[in-house]
Design a protein. Structure first.
Length: 387
């Protein structure tokens, strides 16, 4: 799960990581009021969307005074902001962060994530902060410095010092950096984050370290023990179909292709996606309806796939173990009666009550094709979208 910069900065405050003074605003008047309250000359108005690259896209404006802050807010609110991470349609700006602007001497990159190859959290820093870290990694990888953390000991002070020295920091900055790095690690661990990124961490004109941009991603599987964080989720930033699916406990992830797939069991769903790709087509989604799915959840899953207008053909691949296939068939038929089905459906069913399931589908008036095995199902569905 992702959160907004202003929310991440609130969490940083809790962990004593230095962030500028700032206030949230949802309207032009609120932005003017926030700028007044901050009572500083220079103000930065920042669009709160989950995508990065806002600066280049016009979503970060440094201005003088409350009226200019209001004008900047007017220019952003309610309009789509397009960055290299949003896609061409952009993301509508609904919230702003109005902050005291900071005079910058240098921009540093700081990131903490789990390195899957090492199986450990890795703290990364670079003196080339402020820009796209992927670009730095690509063109000047020697400017990224890393320390892997042994989870038994946590991030040790000497590791923080190593990184601070590589950034060229003198003794005073080293001390502040070590504290910041250690607090970033504490936050990462305590909140079950999967990524903490500060880009940039700046050295101000008076030689203080300050977090100017903050990003935290959370491990969805740990959110059950962080109810307060789950509440930070912004529904406007979540794919509407994914949001809908989560209401029914369906494991649904939107992908880029045009074959809708409904499968039970995450492993079978992955295998189905592989076979669709091998057959030369692309899945539009991952959908695991789960082992204990009933007619209603099946129906909701099918309805969600049908409401995705990119879907050109549907593959239903169910292995009936706990889930009985007559139940599945009823769910599919009920859903098909409420939504217009305009795309071809390929079905591969195997397992408990398969005969009954096939009979229900055959008598439903729905047109679909039955495949004898998974390979044939994938080939058939891929052929349908090719034509
Ligand atoms: P991003 O483009 O979405 O990553 O947004 P950032 O919050 O990182 O802002 C982009 C850039 O705007 C930063 O790299 C800074 O160069 C600049 N910026 C952000 N806040 C301030 C500020 O308080 N003062 C100044 N002078 N520049 C800022
Ligand atoms: Mn940034």
């Amino acid at each position: 799960m992702k959160i907004h910069e202003c929310q991440a900065k609130e969490l940083f405050r809790r962990f004593d990581i230095p962030v500028p003074e700032g206030l949230e605003a949802g309207s032009v008047d609120e932005a003017r009021e926030a700028a007044r309250k901050l009572s500083v000359g220079r103000i930065v108005v920042k669009a709160q969307i989950h995508a990065g690259g806002r600066g280049k896209g016009g979503g970060v404006k440094v201005v003088e005074g409350a009226d200019a802050a209001a004008a900047a807010a007017e220019g952003m609110l309610g309009k789509p902001l397009i960055t290299h991470q949003t896609g061409p349609e952009g993301q509508i700006v609904r919230r702003l962060l109005v902050e005291a602007a900071s005079p910058i001497k240098q921009e540093i990159y700081v990131g903490l994530t789990v390195d899957r190859a090492l199986g450990r959290p890795v703290l990364m820093v670079s003196p080339s902060g402020g820009m796209d870290i992927e670009e730095v990694a690509d063109k000047t990888p020697e400017l990224i410095f890393k320390e892997a953390v042994d989870p038994r000991f946590g991030l040790l002070p000497f590791q923080g010092r190593n990184l601070a020295r590589k950034l060229g920091f003198g003794p005073a900055l080293q001390r502040s950096a070590i504290t910041i790095f250690s607090n970033v690690y504490k936050l990462f661990l305590a909140l079950d984050a999967s990524l903490v990124e500060i880009n940039p961490l700046v050295i101000t004109q008076d030689d203080q370290l300050l977090v100017l941009d903050a990003k935290i991603n959370f491990d969805d599987n740990a959110l059950y023990r962080h109810k307060d964080i789950k509440e930070l989720e912004d529904p406007f930033e979540v794919d509407p179909l994914e949001l809908e699916a989560s209401k029914f406990g369906l494991n649904y992830i939107r992908l880029d292709g045009n074959i809708g797939a409904m499968v039970n069991g995450a492993g079978l769903a992955m295998a189905t996606m592989d076979l669709i790709k091998q057959a030369g087509a692309e899945p539009a989604n991952f959908l695991d309806v789960g082992g204990g799915a009933n007619a209603e959840t099946i129906g909701q899953g099918f309805r969600i796939i049908l409401s995705d207008e990119r879907v050109k053909a549907i593959l239903i691949n169910i292995f009936g173990g706990i889930l009985r296939l007559d139940v599945l068939a009823k769910g599919v038929v009920e859903a098909a009666n409420t939504v217009k089905v305009e795309v071809p459906i390929i079905v591969r069913l195997e397992g408990t009550n398969v005969e009954e399931g096939r009979r229900i589908l055959a008598g439903s008036g729905l047109t679909f094709e039955v495949a004898k095995d998974l390979k044939e199902a994938a080939d058939k569905v891929a052929a349908l979208v090719r034509n």
